[in-house]
Ligand binder design. Structure first.
Ligand code: SIN
Ligand code: FE2
Length: 226
């Protein structure tokens, strides 16, 4: 829903913050930054590549070891894909749903992730995994650390597409205060080095309709997992 200037009840700073009004690059930690609109030049190649990945490995809702069904639906591409079920979290070489290897990481995914990592100060990023998250309105991701990867030497490169969302970027303890960072279609967040294990999460996505992606937010997180 868009802001109606005549109706103060719908006034919403977040909905009004357009990417053009935000700085192109924001440092959000010693080795973390937001790159506004960084994915936009890749979009025409990115979306068809995403569609073919999802054809081979469709979104599915997964269950946490605690028995909760995640509100976010997941898929993966690359050599390793991330999955969770009642027995735990892990990276696997095969998609447990199809029994096939995860789809290869499209060249455009890799090029964009490497360019963003470089812009964020990480020159030799070689991701072997891209986790794809789909948020429908109401879906969220609780604060967590990305720590299932074999080593923490490589950064996380996180790409936002579709509906906006409020990203929480916290500290090294779950209870640390979080920065609230609105993310829009095409924005990329990079965190690594001393910030690699910062807690992060996403507040429930608000209702809306994105002109390219409809009623959803899609997020890619590129990692070096193996
Ligand atoms: C994640 O932490 O895996 C997802 C972050 C996001 O959706 O922005
Ligand atoms: Fe994460």
């Amino acid at each position: 829903m868009r802001h109606d200037p005549m109706n103060p009840i719908t006034f919403d700073l977040f909905a009004d913050a357009e990417p053009e009004q935000l700085p192109r690059r924001e440092q959000i930690g010693e080795q973390s930054c937001v790159l506004r609109g960084f994915a936009l030049p890749w979009m025409e190649r990115l979306l068809p590549a995403l569609a073919s990945v999802l054809e081979a490995a469709p979104f599915r809702q997964m269950v946490t070891p605690g028995g909760f069904t995640m509100s976010v639906a997941l898929s993966s591409c690359g050599t390793l894909g991330w999955t969770t079920d009642r027995s735990g979290y892990r990276y696997t070489r095969l998609d447990p749903q199809t029994g096939q290897p995860w789809p290869a990481m499209p060249e455009v995914f890799l090029q964009m992730a490497q360019a963003a990592a470089k812009e964020g100060g990480f020159d030799d990023f070689v991701p072997d995994s891209c986790l794809i998250n789909r948020y429908i309105p109401g879906a969220k991701m609780s604060l967590h650390q990305d720590k299932d990867e074999k080593s923490y030497g490589a950064p996380i490169v996180s790409v936002s597409l579709g509906l906006p969302a409020m990203f929480l970027f916290g500290g090294f303890e779950r209870s640390d205060k979080s920065l609230r960072i609105p993310l829009f279609h095409g924005d990329i967040v990079v965190w690594g080095g001393v910030d690699r294990l910062r807690y992060h999460g996403v507040l429930p996505v608000k209702d809306g309709e994105h002109p390219r992606l409809g009623e959803q937010r899609i997020n890619f997180t590129f990692r070096t997992a193996g």
